[in-house]
Design a protein around this ligand. Sequence first.
Ligand SMILES: [Zn+2]
Length: 114
Amino acid sequence: MGIIDSFKDVFKVADTVNNLDLYKKLSELQNAVFALEEENRELRDELRHRDEQKDVAGRLRTRDNAYYLDDGKILDGPYCMTCWDADRKLIRERSGATPGTHFCAFCRDKRKGR
Ligand SMILES: [Zn+2]
């Protein structure tokens, strides 16, 4: 039985005894439980996000001033070092005008104030 159903049952019992104070206290309790559920969901999301970042950080390899993601078979990239180091964002770099060079469009646009 879920929490919402449990509260429905408890509220039915509260209705039968017809006690307003009890009903108010139950409403406060219900709101507190819902707030805890929301906080719990947010913490779970944050934990999962951290686990994902930890996994990525453990698989990053540095080459030619860029990061590459190692999946055990290939190195995927290049990814911007600045974006990962500063913001923990994996931003794929684009090929530059000169063969073998690459740049981050996000960093370029940020410098230009876009
Ligand atoms: Zn960047």
